[in-house]
Design a protein around this ligand. Structure first.
Ligand code: NDP
Ligand code: 8X3
Length: 261
């Protein structure tokens, strides 16, 4: 908690699920933390800001609408971020924004879905990281935490695009960590298994009954479970890099290995 006191943390995709839970977990751990909360849905971010205010009056929260799939929006975000107060003080970037669309097989996947998944999960994460690395290098400090997925390690039918985006996150993260070995900058990837969030609702384009069926007879992880790990990784001593973490609920053994009651 002491190590995270007063730290400045930027979270993408903070409007729901893992990102939202991560914001709250940082505040619970370090009540005077400074958070930059971003996502496309500003209303949810404002609600989260109020909720954080009720948990801790000492936390500082900056809400910014940001679509990471749009390179121009990312440029605008960094250009408008107050320099001394926020940009120059950034300690941690949590690249969490991401999504899956559908379960279609190759040949039947809408071009738009391919682009949305790649532009968000891969290009968005790369562009956000490219923006922070020069800031971190200037101070020889900082932590990048990327949210990957078991899907990036174990591709499954119907997941060609999503799984390959997460494999790209894994490769990008590893190359970056190796590029930075002469620095104090830490680079981590956390790969969750099944977590119940809005993820499956988004996958099935708002069809809640299809989303619920994914979690029928199983006990998935919660956003909070992953949030605790993000905060743990961020809160280690400066010389400790938890480079790579795979997290399952107890019934899960792999992307397609699931015990159902
Ligand atoms: P949610 O759908 O609950 O949250 C996804 C978040 O990403 C939302 O806050 C959403 O905000 C944001 N997001 C989506 N597109 C964009 C965009 N273009 N720009 C900015 N923000 C965006 O799902 P999860 O919390 O589960 O997902 C978080 C991460 O965890 C993702 O990277 C996902 O791939 C990964 N993951 C999830 C697993 C699961 O089983 N749930 C397992 C493994 C990994 P908004 O719509 O407001 O923009
Ligand atoms: C989400 C996990 O296996 O449902 O990243 O694609 S999976």
């Amino acid at each position: 908690a002491k190590r995270l006191s007063g730290k400045t943390i930027l979270i993408t995709g903070a409007s729901s699920g893992i990102g939202r839970a991560t914001a709250l977990e940082f505040v619970k751990t370090a009540p005077d933390v400074r958070l930059i909360l971003t996502a496309r849905r500003q209303e949810q971010l404002e609600e989260l800001k109020s909720e954080i205010g009720a948990v801790s009056g000492a936390a500082e929260v900056l809400v910014r609408k940001l679509d990471v799939s749009d390179p121009a929006d990312i440029k605008k975000f960094w250009a408008e971020l107050p320099k001394e107060e926020w940009k120059d003080r950034l300690d941690v970037l949590v690249n969490n924004a991401g999504l899956v669309k559908g379960l279609e097989h190759v040949g039947d996947i809408a071009e738009e879905d391919v682009n949305i998944m790649y532009n968000t999960n891969v290009t968005g994460l790369i562009n956000m990281t490219q923006a922070v690395i020069p800031l971190f290098k200037a101070r020889d400090a900082g932590t990048v935490i990327n949210i990957g997925s078991i899907a990036g390690r174990e591709p499954y039918p119907g997941g060609s695009i999503y799984c390959s985006t997460k494999a790209a996150v894994r490769a990008f993260t590893e190359a970056l960590r190796k590029e930075l070995v002469s620095t104090r900058i830490r680079v981590a990837v956390i790969d969750p298994g099944q977590v119940e969030t809005e993820f499956s609702v988004v996958r099935f384009r708002g069809d809640k009954s299809k989303a619920d069926a994914v979690y029928a007879g199983v006990e998935p992880l919660t956003g909070e479970d992953i949030a605790e790990i993000v905060v743990f990784v961020a809160g280690r001593r400066e010389n400790v890099v938890i480079a790579d973490t795979l997290v399952f609920p107890s019934h899960q053994g792999g992307a397609s290995s699931m015990h159902r009651k």
